[in-house]
Design a protein around this ligand. Structure first.
Ligand SMILES: CC(=O)N[C@H]1[C@@H](OP(=O)(O)O)O[C@H](CO)[C@@H](O)[C@@H]1O
Ligand SMILES: [Mg+2]
Length: 543
């Protein structure tokens, strides 16, 4: 077929570096940008096949999120705006690693396995972040799409969650919103203004927020957002990309891991601040107190604030909907305890990686999911959304007020994936409605001191885990060693797991004091080093 001739010709222009093997990991492919041209071309091919298979628009996002500027990466977006399904992650890996002369055969194998009708039309949406390599890499994706005769729409510079949103809007015929960047701002800002317009407790001072844009795409988009906010939120934007380097000593990942404010930002005592990551799908909040101490409000605190707010609204509305919070093993033990014991909310723990959390959250009427690093959102089942909608029509007084707030809360949330902009608007709205300061929010519970370390081993796959990664089942003796160490400290917990994005084993520990958490993490790292084939020097702190 002529189609396949084009693939061969084009593929030769996007050659694979010899010997390179990459895997579609926790968040797509990610490595140094110089190694990715062929991957991009092939993901253009794969997205086109996926579109033909699903008879729907598929998304391709070129980004490496919080990685350094020199890296890049790519993620595929499925029809409802969610991460691509695991079987196709497998195809992505196969196609990515096929030798140059085998690309066509690899492609045909997928077509056959999935019984794809090649005469079906295909549509692919493409977006990219601000990395200097993103421009040419996204062109390689476009080459892949056109080589198989697919249509494309290039959104250019957008955040990852904006692209997810566009895909969902397109495939639901506008029911979720309009598939344009303008439509995105209109929908979320309208809901935000509806939520905050009667927030009489909110002073002008409280409408101010400092945002660290990580010198990335989020900063550009916050600038665009501002005009839609009608002064209901006053943003001071830092690390807007005009001077600093992407993610360098700034952004959500830096702030969370270092437990320090970003550079390039004025952090006045007591003031509410937040950081986005490099593709604006994560957010964390923080402030410094009058003694100069740094206070981080991470994904766990965000999930707690949101679920508390939703639970109160459900009670006021008289709606009997089941609400759950989904976390990972990295969630601070204090947050889990607070949610279960004080809030009486169902808590689920899944493996690391948002696709696992997303999936678990879908099982409830309302599923609030957040990784501790600030990646998360809220999912409402169709039935729950209909009940809320019905109640806005059938009720009056306090019940109607609560139902309208719930309705606008649903509309301010990007349900496709964690979204720093949408999460920020939701958090700002909740604080405004409750007349709550960041200090009061922080005081909901006190985090247990924690520490993360990483250890280099020769093959991290020797570590196998169970129970949502909280227990190591191999190598032999490791879990026993961790258990014995944990018993030495008060309120302690520790677990280890192989990272899905880096060639390291991650170690997490928490305990009643920072010294104990640090000591426990260090001792567990030594046990990993000893029992799981450590290489290089001493285990070193995570940076
Ligand atoms: C401890 C931690 O923060 N892990 C991150 C990190 O995964 P690892 O598999 O731990 O490397 O990157 C993932 C993708 O961004 C993110 O989903 C996850 O939460
Ligand atoms: Mg990200």
């Amino acid at each position: 077929m002529a189609q396949f001739q084009d693939v061969s010709k084009q593929s030769a222009l996007h050659p694979k570096p010899a010997g390179l093997v990459l895997q579609y990991g926790t968040a797509g492919f990610r490595t140094n940008a110089k190694l990715l041209d062929h991957i991009m071309f092939r993901m253009g091919l794969l997205a086109t096949l996926r579109s033909k298979k699903t008879n729907a628009t598929i998304g391709v996002m070129v980004t490496a999120s919080h990685n350094p500027e020199e890296d890049n990466g790519v993620k595929l977006v499925d029809p409802m705006g969610e991460m691509v399904t695991p079987t196709w992650e497998g195809y992505a890996t196969q196609l990515a690693n096929a030798e140059q002369e085998d690309v066509l055969a690899a492609l045909k194998e997928i077509i056959e396995k999935e019984a794809i009708n090649m005469s079906q039309e295909a549509d692919v949406f493409i977006g990219k972040d601000t990395r200097s390599s993103s421009e040419s890499l996204s062109k390689a994706v476009l080459d892949g799409v056109s080589a198989l005769g697919g249509h494309n729409k290039d959104y250019g510079l957008v955040t990852t969650p904006q692209l997810h949103y566009m895909v969902r809007c397109q495939n639901t015929q506008g029911k979720y919103g309009e598939a344009t960047v303008e439509g995105y701002y209109t929908k979320f800002c309208h809901a935000f203004i509806q939520l905050t317009k009667n927030a009489s407790n909110c002073t002008d001072d409280q409408k101010h927020l400092s945002v660290d844009g990580a010198n990335g795409i989020g900063a550009l988009k916050v600038r665009e957002l501002e005009s839609h906010l009608k002064k209901e939120l006053h943003i001071s934007l830092f690390n807007d990309g005009s001077a600093g380097k992407l993610n360098h000593q700034c952004g959500a990942d830096f702030v969370k891991v270092q437990q320090n404010p970003p550079t390039g930002m004025t952090v006045n005592s007591g003031e509410r601040c937040c950081s986005f990551d490099g593709d604006a799908d994560r957010i964390v909040y923080y402030y410094t107190d009058s003694e100069g101490h740094f206070h981080l409000l991470d994904g766990d605190k965000i999930a707690t604030l949101i679920s508390t707010f939703l639970k109160e609204l459900l009670t006021q509305a008289g709606l009997d909907l089941e609400i759950a919070v989904v976390q990972t093993a990295y969630a601070n033990g204090s947050s889990t305890n607070y949610l279960e014991e004080t809030m009486k909310v169902i808590v689920r723990c899944t493996k690391t990686g948002v696709k696992h959390l997303h999936h678990a959250a879908q099982e409830f009427d309302i599923g609030v999911y957040f990784e501790a690093n600030g990646h998360g959102t809220v999912l409402f089942s169709e039935a729950a959304q209909e009940k809320v909608q019905q109640l806005t029509e059938d009720s009056s007084g306090e019940r109607k007020r609560a139902a309208l707030l719930l309705q606008n809360t649903i509309d301010v949330i990007n349900q496709t994936v964690g979204d720093a902009i949408s999460d920020m608007l939701l958090i700002e709205a909740i604080l405004a409605i409750k007349g709550m300061t960041i200090q009061q929010w922080d005081a909901m519970y006190e985090d247990l001191p924690s520490r993360q370390l990483k250890v280099k081993v020769s093959d991290r796959r020797v570590i196998d885990t169970a129970d949502a990664e909280r227990r190591a089942v191999s190598p032999a003796g490791l879990q026993e060693a961790i258990g014995a160490l944990v018993r030495k400290y008060g309120r302690a917990r520790s677990f280890v797991r192989p990272s899905g994005t880096e060639d390291v084993v991650r170690v997490y520990a928490e305990a009643d004091t920072q010294e104990s958490a640090d000591a426990l993490a260090h001792e567990v790292s030594l046990a990993v080093y000893r029992l799981a084939g450590g290489v290089g020097g001493e285990p070193k702190p995570l940076h």
